[in-house]
Ligand binder design. Structure first.
Ligand SMILES: Cc1cc2nc3c(=O)[nH]c(=O)nc-3n(C[C@H](O)[C@H](O)[C@H](O)COP(=O)(O)O)c2cc1C
Length: 236
C-alpha cells in the first residue's frame, strides 16, 4: 500500500511538471509569434534607453551604423496601428525615435544598409555626395514587413546635404507606394541648418502622402530638449 502511494504521488508530480513545461513552451512560442522577427530589441511599452552621441565632425559612426554591437531595433506587434521607421548613422535620430517610442509605445523598425557608412565623418560625407551625384542610393538590408496594419507612420531620418539622407531616399524610392494614404509624421535631426527640402522630397516619393506637422531638432540640442518632443507629440 505504502509503495502504491509513493508511486502514484511520483506519477502525479511527473504529470504536473509535464504540464508546467508545456505551458512554459506555449508561452514562449506565443511571445515569439507576437513579432514577425526573432531580433526583437524590446517589447512595446518598455522604455528604451537614450545614448550619449557626438556631433559635427566628431560624429563618428561605429562603422556599422548604430548596430555594430546590437541588432537593429525591430519591435513589431500584431495590434499596433502606428510604427516608427527610421535610419540613424551616428545615433542622434535613433535617440529621437526612442523618445517618441517611449511616449507612445508605437512599433519600431530601424533601417540598416547592406554596406554601412564609414566610421569617419568626412569619409561618410564623400560617399554620400558621390551616391547623390550618381543618384545611386544604398541598398537597404532590413526585411520590410507588411505595413498594411499601420495607419500612422513616424518617419525618422537625418539631414544630409540639406535633404533626406541617402538611406531614407532609398527606403522611400522602394517603399513609398506602401505608405500611400497613411498619415506620416516626419521627424529628423540636423546640425543646425534645419530640415532643408526633406518634406518636399517625401511628398514626391509617397503618393497621396498625408503629411502631418514635422519635427526637426539640432543634434547637439536633442538630449537637453526633450520637452520639444513632448510638445510636438501632444499637439499631434
Ligand atoms: C553625410 C552627412 C551630411 C550631412 N549634411 C548635413 C546638412 O546638410 N545639414 C545639416 O544641418 N546637417 C548635416 N549633417 C549632420 C547630420 O544631419 C546630424 O549630425 C544628424 O543628427 C545625424 O543623425 P544620426 O546620428 O541619426 O545619423 C550631415 C551629416 C552627414 C554624415
Amino acid at each position: 500500500m505504502k509503495w502504491i502511494i509513493i508511486i502514484s504521488s511520483f506519477a502525479v508530480s511527473l504529470l504536473l511538471t509535464g504540464c508546467q513545461l508545456n505551458e512554459r513552451s506555449e508561452e514562449s512560442s506565443m511571445l515569439n509569434n507576437r513579432s514577425d522577427s526573432s531580433n526583437v530589441a524590446s517589447r512595446s511599452g518598455n522604455n528604451l534607453p537614450l545614448k550619449e552621441t557626438e556631433y559635427g565632425r566628431e560624429a563618428i559612426s561605429d562603422g556599422n551604423d548604430t548596430n555594430a554591437n546590437e541588432e537593429a531595433t525591430r519591435i513589431l506587434t500584431e495590434e499596433a496601428t502606428s510604427i516608427i521607421i527610421y535610419f540613424s548613422r551616428s545615433g542622434n535620430t535613433e535617440n529621437l525615435a526612442r523618445m517618441i517610442h517611449n511616449q507612445n509605445g508605437a512599433d519600431m523598425l530601424e533601417l540598416s544598409v547592406v554596406n554601412p557608412y564609414p566610421a569617419d565623418y568626412e569619409a561618410s560625407v564623400d560617399r554620400a555626395n558621390e551616391e547623390r551625384e550618381n543618384q545611386e542610393f544604398p541598398e537597404i538590408s532590413t526585411d520590410i514587413p507588411d505595413l498594411s496594419q499601420y495607419d500612422t507612420i513616424y518617419l525618422g531620418y537625418q539631414i544630409w546635404a540639406m535633404t533626406l539622407s541617402n538611406p531614407m531616399m532609398s527606403f522611400l524610392l522602394t517603399n513609398g507606394t506602401n505608405l500611400s494614404n497613411k498619415t506620416i509624421y516626419p521627424f529628423s535631426t540636423n546640425a543646425g541648418y534645419g530640415e532643408g527640402d526633406s518634406l518636399t522630397k517625401i511628398s514626391e516619393l509617397v503618393a497621396n502622402a498625408k503629411l502631418a506637422e514635422s519635427l526637426s531638432i539640432q543634434d547637439e540640442e536633442l538630449l537637453a530638449n526633450q520637452e520639444k518632443v513632448a510638445a510636438w507629440m501632444n499637439k499631434n
